[in-house]
Design a protein around this ligand. Sequence first.
Ligand code: ITT
Length: 192
Amino acid sequence: MKLCFATRNTNKIKEIKAKLGDAFEIVSLEDIQCQEELPETTGTIEGNSAQKAQFVWEHYNINCFADDSGLEVTALAGAPGVDSAMYAGVHGDSEANIQLLLKNLQGISQREAQFKTVITLVLNGKTHQFEGTIAGSILEEKKGSEGFGYDPVFLPKGYPQTFAEMPLEEKNKISHRSLATEKLIQYLQSTL
Ligand code: ITT
C-alpha cells in the first residue's frame, strides 16, 4: 500500500520506513510534488494533525498520515501546546522558546507537563487518530545536550535524566512520538 507521510522532515520519513517494513511504500511531500505549505490553522495539536492529513488526501488523492506535537504545561493552561515550535516568536528557536518557558514558570512550583503527539491517518477518506503522551515536569534550568526542542528542561516522570541527558535510543523507547507511531503501525498492520 502506498502511503504519504505529510512531512518534509527526512529523519521522520527514514524512521517510519525502517519500522513499517515492505508492506507499505512510504512517500514524502516531496515525492508527491507537494510544494505548498500545509495549513496548520486550527489552534490545536489534534486539529492541525488532521488538517494536514486531510489537505493531502483532498488535494493529492493519496492515502496519508500527518503528525503534530507539542509540550503542554499544566500551570500555563496547556501552553505552549500547538505553538511549541514558535513559542517565543521564531519557528524552531529552541533556546528562545526554553528561556520564555522558564521565565513564564518563574516562582511557580507546579511544574507538571506532558509532551503529546497526535498522528492522523486518512485511509480511503476515513480519518483515524493515534495519540502518544509522556508525563513529566519542567526543570528550573537546562540539563543535557542531546535531543532537540524542550528536551533539556523536560524530566520524564519516573526517570532520573532529562530527555536531553538520555541516549536517543532510550528517549525513543518512551517518547510521545514513538508511542503514537507504534499505535499507527499496529493499526496499519491490522489492515493487511
Ligand atoms: P517538522 O519538521 O516535522 O515540522 P516540528 O519540530 O516543526 O517538526 P513537531 O510537530 O514535531 O514539529 O513539534 C513541534 C514542536 O514541539 C517542536 O518544534 C518542539 O519545540 C516541540 N517538541 C515536539 N516533540 C519534542 C521532543 O521530542 N522533544 C523536545 N521538543 C519537542
